[in-house]
Ligand binder design. Sequence first.
Ligand code: PLP
Length: 361
Amino acid sequence: MNLLRTRIDLDAIAHNTRLVKDLVAPAELMAVVKADAYGHGADRVAKVMADNGADRFGVATIAEAVALTEHTELPVLAWIWSADEDLAEPLSRGVELGVPSLTHARALVDAAIPARVAVMADTGMHRSGIDEAHWEEAFTLLRDAEHLTVTGVFSHLACADEPQDPFTDAQAEVFRRAVALGRGLGLDLPINHLTNSPATLTRPDLYFDQVRPGLILYGLDPLPGDHGLTPAMTWAGDVVVVKPIKAGEGTSYSLTWRAEQDGYLAVIPCGYADGLPRRVQGALEVGIGGKLYPQVGRVCMDQIIVDLGENPYGVAQGDEAVLFGPGGMSAAELADMLGTINYEVACLPKGRTVRTYEGGL
Ligand SMILES: Cc1ncc(COP(=O)(O)O)c(C=O)c1O
């Protein structure tokens, strides 16, 4: 029996995809489904995204791209790969590759396999991407290789989640220079893209030909405010035990928490082996039947304990307890509590967590 689950609402994925598609039109939408679609299951959500306006998919690794080609007809771009990798299989499956360095450009030229490639320009983040000093050489190499088709230039923004930060404009300026240089060297570069989720919400002037968001498609907001998104993921477990506790008695390892008055506890089968950080102790609130109850005592490997007080709403074994998502704390609230971001919270569930789906029919 599955006692712990992430439930993915495919209707929410559909809603968010349509919302983004309408927002950015006529720019195209590359839906980012790396890391198994931010923990939502790339095989299932990609189909829903494709049906609701995604034009292409973006992933990190070649392995992710190859797996995704089993589930979609749409083009898939991967941007993390080693220049030593055997490219025969991914390229024969039509995977498009981002070119993050001059070494990678040379590897694609030497592989002599027909491929679509996108030049990844470093515009200031100093992560993956070709440095400006090497742009001309890279564009020229790729242009002169008859087996290669250069689809465009892309780059990643470092500070888009702080909309006032002038660094985004500085990066955009460098990006425009890259596109102009490539076109000046005779490349068409029809599909250029720069914006991640926060910039897709705030910078329509930077859409170029395509946007490249991930987070917002899952209904998680990278910025304060309401952008009309619907969270798709709920992490929930079934209450496995409800038991009484008397005033002064303690619970869980080291009895770090003691009841102030007689009441009831509920046990939820989710622990740090399932991805719930031990440091949520005392700050997590679990949603049961639409009410929030404090988690108390140590987080164990396999379970946590929730204080039901006098249990006025009659929480019983088998009731669903929401760790985050609709009906519980939001991913953003849990992230704040943990000193992290909702991106990481979506990637927490693991261990005995089973993914289930609803909607999407
Ligand atoms: C290269 C690249 N493009 C796009 C994205 C999507 O970012 P977001 O989830 O903020 O939309 C990411 C995610 O980190 C990325 O690494």
